[in-house]
Design a binder for this molecule. Structure first.
Ligand code: BES
Ligand code: ZN
Length: 642
């Protein structure tokens, strides 16, 4: 019954948009429901990073029953998929990267023929291979089930930590990272952001470990009497499959507010809970801006430092790095950001990764609005100002006409770091807001979320939506430069620049320091954004004596703020500052967050004579402690390809 309800919900979600044309018959199931969101039939919504052909047959629900084997570092069990097939469909294609498949059967236990095909020519290795399953008798008849018995032992999504990589040091830990296309390494499904699926899971783990997922836990864990417990989870809203996530370890929970809470290892939990103490206020602020939070609870887990990102917006369970904990909530833009994804990303989702700005840029804008509501205008404007500097720096580096600097990326240009999708995306919405006024802009963004909730979206759709629901005249559209912002490289001339007053004091201090070496006296009273601005903008070439003086006066190497520590280490290593090497080594041995780790290796690698050997020596030890995405990033930087 519940399964049926979930399937119906998925169907409703894909047919909810009344303004869309009815899709052609071939894309409808026998019952006449839309097979896929009609959006997916437009050329710009075709995901080149999946082998799935959802118009022929698509997954609507995933039921996992998996055992976590920490000794073998393997998950194994079954995935039962509910699928919907078009009339005459004979097969369904899933994404598979390295899964060991034992058997595939239909709902009645009859074996189904299947085949793991060849990767498409020129496809990146990460894409894996198409897993094609013959649907057997009665092709094309309505929803049905497929049961896959499998194991995943070398899954790039999963990182299995030894006890030494945890704060407690006693128990192993596991977490997953699905975005963008890593979940196909542990879940056999259609791994494309436009193919939304409800899911449920039963996961067994050895005692005393707890398991959390990006779904709502069902009841208490069941003691299986063999030293293991079973945990059940359910996500009854259709989500893109990159949002299915799991973590398991020796973790405890602390409530923060009526619908918010945080998980972490016991020794980390008090600091973690203190740091994210504004979360309930952030949810309230976000709702006041853009409508109800639709996912029930908002919990977070603060993971061990090997987690490769700052945060990941897994529904009902944001995953966070512990490196954002500074003791003063100064890096809480991260929490605002992951929370904002509950609208931009998780509710309205980029149909293809080339439109990633629809997730990350809209979220960065929304993040800034939450920061403004909770921490005030000054902090929000300072953080926005750092984002602007990031855009400028990137454009100077890659050129203002580099195709990868357009928000909509059609695969021609290489994606250029985070500055375009995140910061140019943020500045696009900020510019539009400033030109049409907050009231009109907020009403528009809110209806965008409401009208596309639980749907995939493209750049073209957002453009059309602005033209239909925001812009009042052709002249206004011209002034807004919407098309340039979304589809053209560079930075449109109407950009709403940051207020120079936000950093007036720091910028004066930078000038004084650059001129005569005057070390700022106000440092201790500065916000973290101000300190970052200073460290970003002082002259890049420094002597050992100058670095020592700076460190002595400002205590940079002893800071408890990892954003500041990172900037210090980067500056110091770029200048062959020997005293920083040991500290960098310790940092790189403990932290796996790509945003810190990659640039530190890069700055060392740039200096072939001095730095590269140091980088190689450190990486030989630290590589096995990193998640696959951090490994891949550093491998590129150090020119390794194994
Ligand atoms: N969804 C991203 C993380 C991500 C992006 C994973 C692309 C895989 C591919 C997450 O919301 C994010 O943006 N994290 C940032 C946070 C920051 C912008 C506040 C991070 O990890 O640094
Ligand atoms: Zn994000």
């Amino acid at each position: 019954m519940r399964r049926l309800a979930a399937t119906l919900a998925a169907l409703l979600a894909t047919t909810a948009c009344t303004t869309m044309e009815t899709p052609p018959m071939a894309q409808q199931s026998r019952a006449g429901e839309a097979m896929v969101s009609p959006i997916l039939t437009t050329p710009e919504a075709v995901d080149s990073q999946t082998y799935a052909r959802p118009q022929v047959a698509r997954v609507t629900h995933v039921a996992l029953d998996l055992d976590l084997d920490f000794e073998a570092q393997m998950v194994g069990g079954t995935a039962v998929l509910d699928i919907m097939a078009a009339p005459g469909a004979e097969e369904i294609v899933l994404d598979d990267k390295g899964l060991t498949i034992a058997r595939i059967t239909d709902g009645q236990g009859r074996a189904l023929a299947y085949d793991v095909g060849q990767p498409r020519a020129g496809a990146s290795e990460d894409m894996g291979a198409p897993l094609t399953i013959r649907l057997g008798s009665a092709p094309g008849s309505g929803p049905r089930q497929i049961r896959i018995e499998y194991a995943a032992s070398d899954a790039a999504a999963l990182q299995w930590l030894n006890p030494e990589q945890t704060a407690g040091g006693e128990h192993p830990f596991l977490f997953s990272q699905g975005q963008a296309i890593l979940n196909r390494t542990w879940i056999p499904t259609q791994d494309s952001p436009g193919i939304r699926q409800t899911w449920e899971a039963r996961i067994t783990a050895p005692k005393p470990l707890d398991v959390v997922m990006s779904g709502v836990q069902q009841g208490e864990a069941e003691d299986l009497g063999n030293g293991r417990r079973a945990f059940r989870f359910e996500m009854d809203k259709p989500v893109p499959p990159y949002l299915i996530a799991i973590a398991a370890g020796d973790i405890d929970f602390q409530a923060l507010g009526p619908r918010t809470g945080v998980w972490a290892e016991p020794s980390v939990l008090p600091r973690a809970a203190q740091e994210v103490g504004d979360t309930e206020a952030m949810v309230t602020a976000a709702e006041a801006l853009y409508g109800p939070y639709r996912w029930g609870r908002y919990d977070m887990i603060v993971l061990p430092p090997a987690f490769p990102y700052g945060g990941m917006e897994n529904p009902v369970m944001t995953f966070l790095t512990p490196t954002f904990i500074a003791g003063d909530r100064s890096n809480n833009g991260l929490v605002a950001h992951e929370l904002a994804h509950s609208w931009s990303g998780n509710l309205v989702t980029n149909a293809v990764w080339g439109d990633g700005w629809l997730n990350e840029g809209v979220t960065s804008y929304f993040e800034n609005r939450i920061v403004e509501a909770v921490y005030g205008k000054k902090r929000a404007e300072q953080e926005a100002s750092l984002a602007f500097a990031n855009i400028q720096e990137t454009l100077e580096e890659v050129g203002r006409d580099a195709p990868g600097t357009a928000l909509h990326n059609d695969g021609e240009g290489e994606l250029v770091g985070s500055a375009i999708a995140y910061d140019k995306g943020h500045y696009f919405l900020r510019t539009v807001e400033s030109m049409v006024g907050r009231e009109r802009f907020d009403a528009w963004l809110r209806q965008w979320f409401d009208n596309h909730a639980f749907q995939p979206a493209t750049s073209r759709m957002l453009y059309d939506d602005m033209m239909a629901n925001l812009v009042r005249s052709p002249a206004e559209a011209e002034r807004l430069m919407l098309r340039e912002w979304i589809f053209e490289p560079g930075l449109p001339s109407n950009v709403k620049r940051p207020d120079p007053a936000a950093f007036a004091e720091v910028d004066a201090a930078v000038t004084a320091y650059a001129g005569g070496g005057t070390i700022p006296t106000g440092w201790r009273g500065w916000t973290s954004a101000e300190r970052q601005r200073f460290l970003d903008n002082i002259p890049k070439q420094r002597t050992a004596a100058q670095l020592a003086a700076l460190d002595d006066a400002l205590g940079l190497s002893r800071t408890g703020n990892n954003e500041e520590l990172f900037l210090w280490l980067e500056l110091a290593l770029a200048n062959r500052y020997e005293p920083a090497v040991r500290q960098a080594e310790t940092f790189l041995a403990n932290v796996g967050r790509g945003k810190f780790v990659r640039p530190l290796f890069a700055v060392l690698a740039k200096d072939e004579a001095w730095g590269l050997p140091i980088a190689r020596r450190i990486y030989a030890d630290t590589r096995p402690t990193y998640h696959a995405v951090t490994q891949a990033g550093v491998d590129r930087v150090l020119g390794r390809n194994d």
